[in-house]
Design a protein around this ligand. Structure first.
Ligand code: ZN
Length: 143
């Protein structure tokens, strides 16, 4: 699937220390009724949790970072899942020696500081996630 889309509103802001990274960004999308868009962020996390999709087992494996990390990059998109705004984001984290780790963002990342940009996108077509038989992932429906 492929669609040309238009740019909508652009939001720039920061999260509060102690926020859950994914939940806080999701709340902004819900509040502003952003149903399609992209999200980018940088900052630092007090602790982190990401996941890795095991393609053979078709299940997510959780990776915990109990120590402070740099949020080197968060890149993601916003679309609809079960009718509500849903963020799919990946993050790169770095430890005190600059070693980078990355994965799929899940709940459980505690914000130390976070600056973000959310770009709303406008499309006549609804981007709604549904179960994809080939991957067992909730992907955008083919049209
Ligand atoms: Zn992912």
């Amino acid at each position: 699937m492929l669609r040309a889309v238009e740019k909508g509103r652009t939001f720039v802001g920061r999260l509060q220390k102690g926020d859950d990274l994914l939940i806080a960004l999701g709340e902004i999308c819900s509040k502003e009724k952003i149903v399609l868009g992209e999200v980018r962020a940088i900052g630092a996390l007090s602790k982190a949790r990401i996941s890795y999709y095991n393609q053979k087992q078709r299940s997510y494996e959780t990776i915990e970072f109990p120590e402070a990390t740099e949020l080197v990059a968060l890149v993601g998109n916003i679309s609809l899942k079960e009718g509500a705004p849903f963020i799919h984001a990946h993050v790169t984290l770095a430890d005190e020696e600059g070693r980078a780790f990355g994965g799929h963002l899940v709940n459980g990342c505690e914000v130390f500081a976070c600056e973000f940009v959310i770009q709303e996108l406008i499309s006549a077509m609804t981007f709604e996630r549904g179960m994809d038989e080939d991957t067992w992932l909730a992907l955008w429906r083919r049209e």
